[in-house]
Ligand binder design. Structure first.
Ligand code: ARG
Length: 466
């Protein structure tokens, strides 16, 4: 007596339902139903082409699968835990629809290469949308930067006022981070775009299959050259999770700054009502919930990366059921990323910049101290000495509540007769910013240059997309 399972031949006893439930993946891997049917269609077309199956059997299977695809899109498919996973559910539905000939579909194939194929397709199919959403944010950042080339704000190190910078320059820093995120996902595509189909269980097959045929049929760019590797590695998914983690880390930093900067103490920015919420008890509150939530959601994405790394660590070759754990975290990452990117873009494209408030924050803060030291250095005082002199002035200024621009020329000339009244010009924050035109610096010309390069980069990518 065998059990009713598709693989039940050598089994005499049936597992309890709760054991089946523990082992089943259908509750989540049904997300790959489309990919699974695509993979099966490619496989059976190859079986026909290579004459491993005859034309009539293959055609029945193809028609059956196409029908199931239509039913899937119409929301009519019903999956069961008894059939364990998406692969056996589809095969079982196919059997119900076309009879025992459905059993020929699995010729020369295993669920191990089947699941690897589905999962590669799943990641590969979602990468373009993610890249697209990141590029939308990059465009928004460039537009915002363009409006704020000459918006002066304190630049921070150690969260202390360091030197005045252009807010446009700050925004372009995030543009550049996202540019590398895009490049990482593009590279990820290279590894998601390799076909494992035909690796079979672990060792290949004796059937004269044509792996190039199925790879081409599924739009894969490459084929795994080693069957053990093909069914056992998930590095393409790890790369995806790692890239997603780095991206979320970038977004979380900007979100953190938004959350601080909309606070009463800073008031540099104001978020649109559309991306904030109120408090149920404190009527005056306008909370940057969306920024906080994107920052918070970075945690679950990092968790998924560590989760899969931990699952895979020390896993012997080739397939082990542990690998079933690869999917939920990856699916959840896609589910987290796409809306987070969209909300992030909406939030920053409707942000109000309190330019005066930013500028004002640079007025009484000694963030022009480097300017003065540089000025003294250009007058011939060695920089180290100049640094010491300015340090003393800052100390005195703090004690007397006097800023560097408020020190009289007389006093300055006591330090060095070389100091002239042009020092006051140098101490203005906008002058300090404007003049920092070393490559990659915050000077207005340098920021404009960054914006110009960014626009060229973005128009290149939209050319590729079209
Ligand atoms: N549901 C399984 C997974 O997600 C499919 C592969 C099962 N293969 C096996 N040999 N049990 O990994």
């Amino acid at each position: 007596m065998s059990t009713h399972k598709l693989w039940g031949g050598r089994f005499q006893a049936q597992a309890e339902t709760w054991v089946d439930e523990f082992g089943a993946s259908i509750s989540f891997d049904q997300l790959m139903a489309d990919e699974d049917i695509e993979g099966s269609l490619a496989h059976v077309k190859m079986l026909k082409e290579t004459k491993i199956l005859n034309g009539s059997d293959s055609d029945q299977i193809i028609a059956g699968l196409e029908n199931i695809q239509r039913e899937l899109h119409a929301g009519k498919l019903h999956f069961t835990v008894e059939n364990e996973d998406i692969h056996m559910n589809i095969e079982s539905i196919l059997t119900d629809e076309i009879g025992p000939v459905a059993g020929k579909l699995h010729t020369g194939r295993s669920r191990n290469d089947q699941v690897a194929t589905d999962f590669h397709l799943y990641v590969k199919n979602r990468l373009p949308k993610i890249i697209d959403e990141i590029q939308t944010i990059q465009k928004t950042l460039v537009n915002l930067a363009e409006d704020n080339v000459e918006t002066i704000m304190p630049g921070y190190t150690h969260l202390q006022h360091a030197q005045p910078i252009s807010y446009g320059h700050y925004l372009m820093a995030y543009y550049s981070m996202l540019k590398r995120d895009v490049e990482r996902f593009q590279f990820n595509m290279k590894h998601a775009d390799i076909s494992p189909l035909g690796a079979a269980a672990l060792a290949g097959t004796t059937f004269p299959i044509d792996r190039e045929f199925t790879a081409k049929e599924l739009g894969f760019n490459d084929i795994y050259q080693n069957s053990l590797d093909a069914v056992s590695d998930r590095d393409f998914a790890l790369e995806f999770l790692s890239n997603a983690s780095i991206l979320m880390m970038h977004l979380s930093r900007l979100c953190e700054e938004i959350s601080m900067w909309v606070s009463y103490e800073f008031n540099y920015l104001e978020l649109s009502d559309k991306y904030t919420t109120g408090s149920s008890i404190m009527p005056q509150k306008k909370n940057p919930d969306m920024a906080e939530l994107i920052r918070g959601k970075s945690g679950r994405v990092f968790g998924h990366l560590i989760g899969l790394l931990s699952t895979m660590k020390s896993l012997p070759l080739a397939y082990n059921k542990d690998l079933q754990e690869d999917k939920e975290g990856t699916f959840d990452t896609v589910k987290t990323l796409l809306p987070a990117l969209k909300v992030f873009n909406g939030m920053i494209s409707t942000i109000k910049v309190n330019k005066d408030k930013m500028r004002h924050a640079t007025e009484n803060d000694f963030s022009n101290a480097t300017e003065l030291a540089d000025y003294l250095a250009t007058k011939g005082i060695p920089f180290r000495e100049a640094h010491g002199i300015v340090g003393q002035l800052v100390l005195k200024g703090l004690q007397n509540h006097q800023n560097l621009q408020d020190i009289s020329l007389d006093e300055y000339q006591k330090i060095s007769p070389l100091i002239d009244k042009d020092v006051y010009e140098v101490l203005k924050p906008e002058v300090a910013v404007e003049r920092r035109n070393s490559l990659g610096g915050t000077g207005f010309a340098s920021v404009k240059k960054q914006i110009q390069i960014a626009k060229e980069e973005l128009s290149e990518t939209s050319k590729i997309d079209n």
